[in-house]
Every structure is written in C-alpha cells, then in structure tokens.
Design a protein around this ligand. Structure first.
Ligand code: SF4
Length: 293
C-alpha cells in the first residue's frame, strides 16, 4: 500500500490520555506496537473497539484512539462477546493482563478460545499483579517472593500459550515487550486472522517483578519462524508451547484456517449485523411485562 492510499494517519490511533505507567514499563512498547498494527491494517477507529479489563496494562483503552470499554475485573471477554454478537462487523480487540484473563477471567478465556469467535485477545503477561503492588498472579513462577508469599509461590504457573491452543484458539503467539517491531508484526497478523487469536506478551514489570526481566529471557528465546515448525500442526504446536525453562518459543506458534469461526457457524451473524436489523425486529414485550405485575 502506498502512502497516497492510506486513509488513516498514525496520529489518529492515539488519544490525549497518557496512562500513569512506571518509567520503563513494557506497557509503553505495547502501546506503540498496537498503534502500529492498527495503522498497518488501516482499521477504521469508528469500527474498532478495545475492550480492556483491570490492571496496569488495561489502561490502554484510554490511550488508543479507537472506541474503548474499560470493564470490571475479569469480564472483558464476555463484554467483547456481547459486542461482537450485536455487531459482528466491528473489529473487537480484548486487552487484559495475566491476572485478569487467566485468574478471575480464566473461565471466559477457555470458552472464548473454544468458540473461535473472531476476537483478538492480547494478554500482557508480567507474571504479577502490578497494579496492586506485586502479588503472585496465575502465571508467577514457582519461588516468586512477594509480600503475600514471603517464602515464594509454590503453585504451578498457568502456561497461557499452551492453554489457548488446547482450548481451541486458532491463532496463538508469544512475543516480548522488549521487541517492539516483532510485537507489532505479530499483532497485525493476529488482528487480521478470522477467528480467535491470542497474543501472549512477556511484559516486563520493572517495579515488582525482578525475575522475569529482559535479561532472564535473552538467552532462552528462540524464534519459531526460523525453524521448520508447521504452524497448523496442533500436536507439534502444543509440544512447542509446553517448552519452558532454558528454551522458550517465541513468535507465532499455532495458526490454522481450517476451523470454522463462531460467526460462520451462527446464521444470525452473517450479512447484516443484529444492530442493523434491530429496527425492523423490535418486539413489543409490554404485555408480557405487565403479566408479571
Ligand atoms: Fe508497569 Fe509494573 Fe509499573 Fe504496572 S507496576 S506500570 S506493570 S512497571
């Protein structure tokens, strides 16, 4: 696409709001990468909504220049599902951290993946509850010491990439908030995918998490796109996703177009959206309501 063909300028994808993130937090890089992806895809800001949960990273919905909905904790996915049901022509992006999406919202995460609805779920995973001063989250490593776990966490961490693939998401990737360009490219591919796409970001919380730092990952990451891994192979992708420790896969890990999306399966979500049909389908329920009085 040439510059002359671009309808939306980069600036349109920012609001005047700058969330209060700690200097050096990975949220800044994710903000930049997400704007790059929206620009690259030339998504109409009036046809795009960012549905966020609660947490440091979820303040993103105030900063990105598209419609935003800042939800109660853990409920971004059901709200996004409702939005998509009402108007499946919207680009719906869900944004929430590890605590939000894999803790209180864990149930919604599983069912959204298996439904394969055309949503993009971005999970900044800083392995801690940053906003509430650094308690253990569902993805905290064993041994992670906090004020509420002074002897170190002993619960085994959730592996969000493995969980997303096994639950049925059809595009699953892992990126790092230390690699802005790569993050933007993967987000672009995820948003363009028709079906449930999940991007897990190893996000660095420099204030509370002194374990999962860029240095910690530097020698461990290997780029899946530089291997001969078949992205559409479910079993092999699960094996890759399950790799932790000294070798951690990085990039797009699973991608298939073979599974029908929720929208393709659901006849009411084809053609005109329910919002557009609504005026012709209004039903007067006053008699029914009166019968309860
Ligand atoms: Fe970022 Fe951590 Fe600060 Fe939250 S507490 S803004 S995640 S560095």
């Amino acid at each position: 696409m040439t510059i002359l063909e671009l309808k939306f300028d980069k600036k349109i994808y920012s609001t005047k709001v700058r969330p209060l993130w700690c200097p050096g937090c990975g949220d800044f890089a994710m903000f930049k990468a997400l704007k790059e992806a929206l620009y690259e895809l030339q998504l109409d800001p009036k046809q795009t909504i960012l549905v966020a949960g609660i947490g440091c990273s979820s303040k993103m919905s105030d900063a990105v220049g598209v419609y935003g909905l800042h939800n109660i904790h853990g409920r971004a996915i059901p709200s996004a599902t409702g939005i998509k049901m009402a108007n499946h022509n919207l680009n719906v992006i869900v944004y929430g951290g590890d605590g939000d999406m894999l803790g209180i919202g864990g149930n919604h995460f599983t069912h959204a993946c298996r439904r394969n609805m055309d949503l993009t779920l971005i999970i900044p995973n800083n392995h801690t509850y940053g906003l509430t001063t650094g308690q253990t989250s569902p993805t905290s490593d064993i041994g992670y010491k906090t004020k509420t776990s002074p002897k170190g966490s002993f619960d085994r961490p959730v592996n969000p990439v493995f969980a997303a693939i096994s639950a049925g998401a059809t595009f699953v990737a892992k990126v790092s908030s230390a690699d802005n360009k790569h993050m933007g490219k993967v987000m672009t591919a995820a948003i363009a995918h028709k079906g449930m796409s999940v991007v897990v970001i190893d996000q660095f919380c420099i204030t509370w998490n002194r374990i999962n730092t860029p240095d910690y990952y530097a020698d461990k990451y290997f780029d899946v796109q530089e291997t001969d891994h078949d992205l559409s192979n479910f079993e092999d992708s699960l094996l890759l996703a399950n790799m932790t420790g000294d070798r951690i896969p990085f990039g797009i890990i699973y991608h298939t177009e073979k599974v029908k999306s929720f929208e393709e399966n659901y006849s009411q979500l084809q053609g005109k959206s329910n919002v557009e049909r609504r005026s012709r389908q209004l039903i007067d329920v006053s008699d029914m309501l009166d019968s309860y009085i």
